[in-house]
Write a new protein. Structure first.
Lengths: 148, 411
């Protein structure tokens, strides 16, 4: 089940019955297109990110793919540096990436190259900072409950 | 800087000059929401109209963003259950279940059959609750007002049963990592049995009420079409995609919590319009009632929580007599249980579609990252292709047929 072969795959991991592919961020679009067209992963279930602050590379961009026939799921992970984090958008492969990538841009400040409309989606447009980063306080910067 | 009066008049005059040449078709921008009764929450849609045709529709979300994913990182594993209730407030048990299953996957816990059966039974009861609210409000939007009263009459019964089990009508937090919160109350079989035996006849009643109404049919049939390719590409799941003929249901394709032991059909239609989505949900209500009856009839004996003293709070009686139970209780309450480092992704079929949590643990008593893949968020991406090119009068029916919950979208 887990023998995916593509030059972008750096490592394959199996844990808890789930397959994880660690991929080269520079070739993510190629890999995704390969998985969609040759391995039948026609659905993008979600895209998310994990912040490993202060480790470097700081961010992990995580793609969860789903194939309907046969039923299987795979996780693709890319490690992205914390200074000027950027990765190519997979919008050209699945349009479902649109809002997920906007959400990651909003919450983690990760840029997605070639995204058609990369603006904040959940937070107000003039918000400062990226709330899901680990160095962002839970209560935000604006309202200091600690002082009250 | 203060403008002189003459300048002011000149600026106004410049804007009021009509452009030369033939008049281009005038586009009107209409702002729908965020406070609009038929958006079912705080959804804003910027609609561009030419006449009565929608040329462009752009959803604007985030008005109900409460930072639940961020808050999850600040509290311990057991406390997160209460937040999952508030993600999708019409099907909180499905959210409890997907969280519990993901944490149990990380802990590699075995759940006793009785807890699994109770989970299936209550999640299906919650599906009835969600579909009843949907049917009532959707029919109300289209103009069939009495449906609302019928559906909320039955929903009240569902909420009473939920209250009986958990002490809460809506934010139940009943399904927790390790099992369910409490032993089922005395007399639950009588109360639930009475409700579920007469429920299928109630569904027939709804069907009679709506299907013999020509206005309902005219307003729903052939309205709200969206191509299958678009839906798969945009990640649409749930009754939306099943109404287009694709039997995509996590309960069948990747069974969890012993769903493989229950006999039920995945409701599908092929018309792919608002009416088909209504028929799919009606059929799902009947199937759910069937699953609840099977769960009641075959309810196994035994424990309702896993035998995992480091995760599940000990019995009150044991705490008075056993040292270990007291120590575990102290550890779980003060520090919270620890989850081995790792990551897990678990999908569950909620009334709205595939809901999946991606949880990363770093081995401490707090989650490192909880990502919620919610069906409403993905389904709303399909709003522009659904609305564009249709009439503004149909937009309410199309919107309602998606059945999104804004708490689920914005998290």
């Amino acid at each position: 089940m887990s023998d995916f072969s593509h030059p972008a795959i750096l490592e394959t991991q199996q844990a808890l019955g789930e397959t994880t592919l660690i991929a080269d961020p520079a070739q993510i679009v190629d890999l995704c297109r390969h998985l969609k067209e040759n391995e039948k992963f026609i659905r993008l279930s979600s895209i998310t990110a994990v912040d490993w602050h202060p480790a470097e590379p700081r961010f992990e961009v995580v793609y969860h793919l789903h194939s309907i026939e046969p039923i299987r799921r795979v996780r693709v992970k890319c490690r992205v540096s914390g200074t000027n984090p950027e990765i190519d958008s997979v919008y050209s492969v699945w349009r479902a990436a649109d809002w997920y990538e906007r959400e990651m841009f909003d919450m983690f400040g990760i840029g997605f190259r070639n995204h058609p409309n990369l603006v904040r989606i959940l937070m107000p447009l003039d918000w400062e900072g990226h709330p899901l980063r680990k160095d962002y306080p839970v209560h935000g910067y604006k309202y200091g409950y600690a002082k009250e | 800087m203060k403008q002189s009066f003459e300048d002011h008049v000149a600026t106004i005059a410049a804007t009021q000059e009509t452009p030369a040449g033939p008049a281009a078709p005038r586009r009107m921008t209409l702002n729908m929401g965020p406070q609009h009764p038929s958006t079912h929450g705080v959804l804003r849609i910027v609609i561009e109209l030419e006449g009565e045709t929608i040329m462009k529709a752009e959803p604007d979300i985030g008005f109900l963003h409460t930072g639940i994913e961020k808050q999850c990182e600040a509290i311990n594993w057991a406390q997160v259950v209460t937040l999952t209730d508030r993600v999708d407030y019409l099907s909180n048990l499905a959210n409890n279940l997907v969280y519990a299953l993901t944490v149990e996957k990380l802990l590699q816990l075995e759940i006793p059959p009785k807890a699994q059966w109770l989970r299936v039974m209550l999640v299906e009861l919650d599906r009835l609750n969600s579909h009843l609210v949907w049917l009532g409000t959707h029919a109300l939007d289209i103009g069939a007002m009495s449906m609302f009263f019928y559906c909320f009459r039955e929903r009240e019964d569902v909420l009473r049963i939920k209250e009986m089990f958990s002490g809460q009508r809506m934010m139940t937090s009943y399904i927790r990592p390790g099992g369910v919160a409490l032993e089922p109350p005395r007399g639950w079989e009588k109360a639930l049995g009475k409700f579920i035996r007469q429920f299928p006849s109630k569904v027939d009643e709804y069907e009679n009420l709506l299907d013999s109404n020509p206005i309902w049919k005219i307003r729903t049939q052939g309205v709200g079409f969206i191509s299958i390719e678009d839906m798969l590409d945009l990640g649409v799941t749930g009754p939306m995609i099943r109404a287009a003929g694709i039997p995509l249901d996590v309960r069948k394709t990747e069974p969890y919590s012993s769903y493989e032991k229950f006999d039920f059909k995945v409701a599908t239609r092929t018309e792919n319009d608002v009416y088909a989505r209504y028929r799919v949900r009606l059929e799902e209500m009947r199937q759910s009632a069937g699953i609840i009856m099977q769960a009641m009839a075959g309810m196994p004996e035994g424990a309702f929580q896993a035998d995992a003293p480091h995760v599940v709070l000990p019995d009150r009686e044991k705490m008075k007599t056993q040292m270990e139970a007291l120590i575990y209780h102290f550890k779980i309450v003060t520090e919270g249980f620890r989850v081995p480092a790792g990551e897990a992704y678990q999908a569950v079929e909620s009334p709205r579609g595939e809901i999946a949590y991606y949880i990363v643990s770093d081995g401490t008593s707090k989650p490192y990252r909880v990502h919620m893949r919610t069906p409403s968020f993905a389904n709303l991406m399909a709003l522009p292709p659904l609305l564009e090119g249709t009439l503004i009068a149909d937009s309410i029916a199309s919107l309602g047929s998606m059945d999104f919950v804004l708490g689920d979208t914005d998290r």
